[in-house]
Write a protein that binds this ligand. Structure first.
Ligand code: SAM
Length: 202
């Protein structure tokens, strides 16, 4: 089964609140964003947005949202939920394939990058980030960390730590903030995340 079908099946068959990644409270992510100027017409890219309510939180901040996902079913659910809002673009794109969108001020990825296992796919993801994020822009990653869970949504994942991010981002990015965070999912299972915020300086 290809990845698009895999994720479409999940979003078709699962009520949002029963998704393994579902958060009722997105304050951990918002905490990382609060010092960034996202109130002034910024282009914010949500990589693999799923049906997360983080979208609803950010849209209140009068920014332009680009909501990406490989799953058209997830994007369709978001479209219905957000039909009263303007300044949203829906973008069905596999992040492991090369693409160009408008210039991005803030790229947010919670629980998407860690699904990429193939080296070429990971390289393409970081290439996409570098091409699409403006100089002076920020990227926030929240991924499973080293020593934590090894699977999610019936898929293997790759674990991350600061060293791995630094290796990928090289000296084009400056580390602003990082934190380990344990998230308890809707089934009561602990998922060990690492949150990292970088600024693109070159
Ligand atoms: C675990 S969910 C996380 C959803 C959301 N970011 C959140 O925090 O609730 C992973 C999401 O990434 C999407 N996804 C998986 N692989 C992807 C890829 N290669 N390109 C774009 N989206 C992808 C899935 O469809 C799904 O919506």
């Amino acid at each position: 089964m290809n990845l698009e079908t895999h994720w479409n099946n999940i979003f078709e068959k699962t009520e949002d609140k029963k998704l393994g990644c579902w958060e009722n409270d997105t304050s951990q992510t918002l905490k990382f964003l609060k010092d960034l100027d996202i109130y002034s017409n910024k282009n914010i890219f949500l990589a693999g947005a799923g049906t997360s309510i983080l979208v609803d939180e950010i849209i209140k901040m009068s920014s332009n949202l680009i909501l990406n996902d490989i799953s058209d079913v997830a994007l369709e659910k978001l479209k219905n939920r957000l039909k009263n809002f303007e300044n949203i673009e829906f973008f069905q794109q596999d992040l492991s394939k090369n693409f160009k969108t408008k210039d991005i001020d803030i790229w947010i990825d919670r629980a998407v990058l860690h699904f990429l296992l193939d080296e070429k796919d990971i390289e393409n993801y970081f290439e996409n980030l570098k091409i699409n994020l403006k100089k002076g822009g920020y990227v926030l990653f929240a991924q499973f960390r080293k020593g934590g869970a090894t699977t999610c949504a019936s898929l293997d994942i790759k674990q991350y730590d600061l060293e791995e991010f630094s290796k990928r981002l090289k000296d084009d990015f400056e580390l602003i903030k990082n934190e380990e965070y344990d998230y308890i999912n809707p089934f009561g299972n602990k998922k060990e995340y690492i949150y990292v915020l970088y600024k693109k300086i070159k």
